[in-house]
Design a protein around this ligand. Structure first.
Ligand SMILES: [Zn+2]
Ligand SMILES: [Zn+2]
Length: 131
């Protein structure tokens, strides 16, 4: 299958992002792909999601978010908002409770809110033209 790295037993997030880009439905719209296999990116053992800053495409993987299953929806929501935040031009936040903080573990995901910190909220309002 496309993007599979047999030596790692994982799929390339970068390759998947290009696959998502092929599914573009509208210029300027943000697209989020949702996968259920383990993904990685260069230099990282695994990733929960990936996006290009300011790009139109993002994706998340549910694979590592689903144990225990009760937490899956909340975690997926946080990671989806995080990656879509990147597509809107936002970068990582030093605040661990901000949805734009980088998550390297499930503890990191669980420690953050599905919301933006004050600074990122202000940035979002500017981006959306509500500032
Ligand atoms: Zn990120
Ligand atoms: Zn923030």
């Amino acid at each position: 299958m496309v993007g599979y790295n047999a030596s790692r037993g994982q799929y390339s997030g970068e390759v998947f992002l290009r696959e998502v880009a092929k599914l573009r439905v509208e210029a300027g719209a943000k697209h989020l792909g949702i996968f259920d296999v383990d993904i990685y990116a260069k230099g990282l053992k695994f990733i929960f999601g990936i996006a290009l800053i300011g790009g139109d495409f993002a994706l998340i993987s549910l694979k590592r978010l689903s144990f225990p299953e009760e937490l899956l929806f909340e975690r997926a929501l946080k990671e989806a908002i995080h990656e879509l935040g990147h597509t809107l031009g936002m970068t990582h936040c030093p605040r661990k409770d901000c949805v734009m903080s980088f998550s390297n573990s499930l503890q990191d995901v669980d420690a953050k809110n599905a919301d933006f910190c004050e600074e990122h909220s202000a940035q979002l309002r500017l981006i959306l033209g509500e500032g």
